[in-house]
Design a protein around this ligand. Structure first.
Ligand code: FES
Ligand SMILES: [Fe+2]
Length: 339
């Protein structure tokens, strides 16, 4: 269930840095394009990734596809009225049809031309459709990961536009110093950040800053970053017998501009003994996912004015306590073209 969408809050005169030289280029990685449930069979959607439209569609057999937007015949945009007929994407301008391999297979009145639409590589994971992007156009260097058990699907989501590069948004969870200042949260590092290829993991115990009785509610958060596009936070709540999954999905849409999508899911820690019991617990899972998403949106709203107005510091003056940021800055280099 969508909790809602925010309109951009950023002011153009505060575009980060105002200097394109300061901005990191688009990183490579898997980036969120749509919720799987939005892309029903027969539907055609247009999304933005790295300054280009991506047209997504789902064929009758349930498979999702994503193509570059313009028809090779006379350049119509597939997202502006394109349709899906069986397995084919049909252009809105002259009804040329394109098979799942991209080949033009039919026209309304004769032999199809030798024409081809270019596909993006996409994956469905945990109810999200991710697309691969690399600035040099190379194929995926790693596969899109499951960041929760495969049967877990996000049931609540929310999105907004941020005037900052994806790298700045992902850095937030390793910027420990801002947690008490901006979010009134205390933290204890349980496991220091560990980088492994395109993944970065860390574990923090977070709770409300005092004074007051609520300070006793400390929850362990396992952070997993899969490139710069996907941050998953896993929170076990043993008293309720559930695990909550939160995702912050960062899609670079334009220079220094990112579509931020938050999503939440909730699952039992142990599988329910019967199917009836499992379906009885589903409303609880959905309600918890909605609540946790609202809390997360509230925290992100604290960050948004800072993200929208700040500039990217390519050589930050880090100090004691900023070690996680230093490690993160080193880890992110793998996602950019070598200078
Ligand atoms: S422009 Fe697509 S069929 Fe003509
Ligand atoms: Fe934050």
């Amino acid at each position: 269930m969508a909790v809602g969408n925010d309109l951009p809050q950023a002011r153009d005169r505060h575009r980060p840095g105002g200097d394109p030289e300061r901005q990191p280029p688009y990183p490579s990685g898997w980036f969120f394009l749509a919720l799987a449930r939005e892309l029903t069979p027969g539907r055609v959607l247009t999304r933005r990734l790295a300054d280009e439209d991506v047209v997504l569609y789902r064929t009758a057999d349930g498979r999702p596809y994503a193509v570059r937007p313009y028809c090779p015949h006379l350049g119509a945009h597939f997202g502006a009225g394109g349709t899906v007929e069986g397995q084919n994407l049909v252009c809105p301008f002259h009804h040329f049809a394109f098979a799942p391999d991209g080949t033009c297979v039919s026209t309304p009145d004769g032999r199809p031309p030798r024409a081809h639409v270019e596909h993006h590589t996409i994956r469905e994971r945990n109810g999200f459709v991710f697309g691969w992007y690399a600035p040099d156009g190379k194929p995926p260097a790693w596969d899109a990961p499951e960041t929760a058990p495969p049967e877990v699907r996000a049931t609540a989501s929310w999105g907004t536009e941020i005037h900052a590069p994806a790298q700045e948004l992902a850095e937030n969870s390793l910027d420990y110093r801002h947690l008490p200042v901006v979010h009134q949260v205390t933290l204890k590092e349980l496991d220091p950040p560990q980088a492994e290829g395109p993944y970065l993991r860390t574990r923090l115990r977070l709770g409300p800053a005092g004074p007051g009785p609520l300070t006793r509610f400390q929850v362990d958060h396992s952070f997993l970053m899969a490139g710069l596009g996907c941050l998953r936070i896993e929170q076990p709540l043993p008293l309720l017998g559930v695990v909550v999954y939160l995702w912050a999905l960062h899609t670079p849409t334009a220079p220094a501009r990112t579509r931020l999508h938050l999503a939440a899911a909730c699952a039992d820690m142990r599988p329910a003994r019967t199917a009836a019991r499992s379906s009885l617990r589903r409303p609880l899972h959905r309600a918890l996912a909605r609540t946790m998403l609202r809390l997360a949106v509230g925290k992100v709203r604290d960050d948004i004015p800072i993200w929208n107005a700040k500039r990217h510091e390519p050589r930050p003056r880090l100090t004691v306590g900023d070690e996680a940021i230093g490690l993160y800055r080193h880890w992110v280099r793998q996602f950019y073209p070598t200078p």
